[in-house]
Write a protein that binds this ligand. Sequence first.
Ligand SMILES: Cc1cc2nc3c(=O)[nH]c(=O)nc-3n(C[C@H](O)[C@H](O)[C@H](O)COP(=O)(O)O)c2cc1C
Length: 367
Amino acid sequence: MSKQRLLTPYTKNINLNNRVVMAPMTRSRADNKHLAPTDELHGLYYEQRASAGLIITEGAQVSTKASGYIHTPGIYSNEQIEGWKKVTQRVHDKGGKIFIQLWHVGRMSHPDFHNGELPLSASAINPNSKSYTPEGFKETVTPKEMTIEEIKETVKDFQNAAINAVQAGFDGVEIHSSNGYLFHQFFNGTSNKRTDNYGGSIENKTRFFFEVLDAIKEVIAQEKIGARFNPSLDGLFGMTMDKNTIPTFEYIIKKLNDYNLAYVHLSEPFTDVSELSFAVPKIAKHFRPLYNGTLMINTAFDQEKGNKIIEEGHADLVAYGKPYISNPDLVERFKNNLDLAEWDDDTFYTTGAKGYIDYPIASKEII
Ligand SMILES: Cc1cc2nc3c(=O)[nH]c(=O)nc-3n(C[C@H](O)[C@H](O)[C@H](O)COP(=O)(O)O)c2cc1C
């Protein structure tokens, strides 16, 4: 059993007890006026999952302008820092490691979150999607194209969020440059029609992300920074792939070799991309040879597939999303080859304890 590659320690740049990572997942439990994590809910939820080699928190907005979903916690105020301190303490007390995911949703938002002002994006193009507002789901609107000043302010917001993350006791930060949110809106040709230094060429479309990365590395060691990308996202969150999509991510991943990051975190496709007019490669397999650092892979992995992808050398770490919602003791279940509990998607984004901190620990009963 100890032959499982998932259960072996990982020590490059970051010391992890095993290679099982809890993927970032929005759970919408910060239903308080400060949008702060609470000890009773968030503290317990993350502590229950502390045997993961690494926990990556739910996306935490870096400013009020960055938000687009109800009840998501932020990392821009003192109340939020104090709330996160309790979370990191509880995870550390159990011997775990925890990064916070730094998030700006860009156009995946609604004026209801911004006192009637438009959400920001690379260009004024409506994702034609839905935003989960305090009054329920609403159609997204055409966002405001960010000015250079707004880009600079946002770089600062991310830098401040990283400073706050250190203060809150996190082991590191993950930049959420994935899943159709702000940075992805700059990377993608369908959402970025800018004609300035932030649009057009691949170098220009990725400039903002690298400015943010450079700003964060001024305040936190590079070895404590991760970045997440979803290179084959199509048909979700307003994103459409085209033939420039994979080359854009190839450029980003290769350029990240100039840094010494904690990891690069990639997702395999969320949807079926086999019918597109151009070939979409297997993500881990395609990007592994391009990147010298730690590669984390995610999406639809189970115990067997997770062990296999590490064994084959296509990834170093595997991030599990939904399995971690319903299996707080995922590592122990893998260790003992126990069955996994099913998750209840009705309680993914509801408030309160139900479906959040009440999933049982099988290993306690069985071992
Ligand atoms: C309830 C839920 C919330 C999520 N929230 C986030 C998030 O805040 N940030 C993020 O990068 N991905 C988010 N994701 C995507 C997951 O991190 C992961 O990529 C996805 O669930 C696929 O992995 P899985 O097949 O192991 O579940 C979320 C997924 C779910 C199910």
